[in-house]
Design a protein around this ligand. Structure first.
Ligand code: ATP
Ligand code: MG
Length: 138
C-alpha cells in the first residue's frame, strides 16, 4: 500500500487556528481525506509515537509539546502519498522550509512545526491503525 499517509496537525497548529487552512492546503493539493478527528495524545501515546527519538535531547520537550492540547489526526490518500505530503509540509525546521509549504506558512519553530507526516509507507499503515478504528476509515 503506497497511497496513504497519516497527518497530524500538532497542538501549535490547532492553537493558532490553522486547522481549516491546513486541511484546505492538503485537499487542494490532491489529497483525499479518508479519516479525520480532533483528539489528544496521552503521555504514553506521545512517548510511543516518537520512541525513535527517545535518546535525543529534545525528546522530553517534544512529548510535552505533543500532549499539551488537542491535535487533528487524518488519513490522507493520494498516489505517492508519503513523499508528496512530505514535500507539501516542507523541512522540519520552518526556516529551511520551501516557500508555499505548510511549515513555511504555519510553523513557528523547529519544535513547534504545525504538522506531522508519516516518513514511510510502513509507518503510515502503523500510524493510521494507531489513530483510527476500522469503522472510522472510509
Ligand atoms: P514529524 O515526524 O513530526 O513529521 P519530521 O519527520 O520532519 O517531523 P523528525 O526528525 O521525525 O522530523 O522529528 C520529529 C519532531 O521532533 C519534529 O517534527 C520536531 O517537532 C521535533 N524535533 C526534531 N528535531 C528537533 C530539534 N533539533 N530540536 C527540537 N525539536 C526537534
Ligand atoms: Mg518524522
Amino acid at each position: 500500500m503506497n497511497n496513504i499517509t497519516l497527518m497530524m496537525i500538532k497542538p501549535d497548529g490547532v492553537e493558532n487556528g490553522h486547522i481549516g487552512n491546513i486541511l484546505e492546503k492538503a485537499t487542494s493539493s490532491g489529497f483525499k481525506i479518508k479519516a479525520l478527528k480532533l483528539t489528544q495524545l496521552t503521555q504514553q501515546d506521545a512517548e510511543h509515537f516518537y520512541s525513535v527519538h527517545k535518546e535525543r535531547p529534545f525528546y522530553i520537550e517534544l512529548v510535552a509539546f505533543m500532549t499539551r492540547g488537542p491535535i487533528v489526526a487524518a488519513i490522507l490518500e493520494k498516489e505517492n502519498a508519503v513523499s508528496d505530503f512530505r514535500t507539501l509540509i516542507g523541512a522540519t525546521n520552518p526556516k529551511e522550509a520551501a516557500d508555499g509549504t505548510i511549515r513555511k506558512l504555519y510553523a513557528t519553530s523547529m519544535g513547534e512545526n504545525a504538522v506531522h507526516g508519516s516518513d514511510s509507507d510502513e509507518n503510515a499503515a502503523i500510524e493510521a491503525a494507531f489513530h483510527f478504528a476500522k469503522r472510522e476509515r472510509f
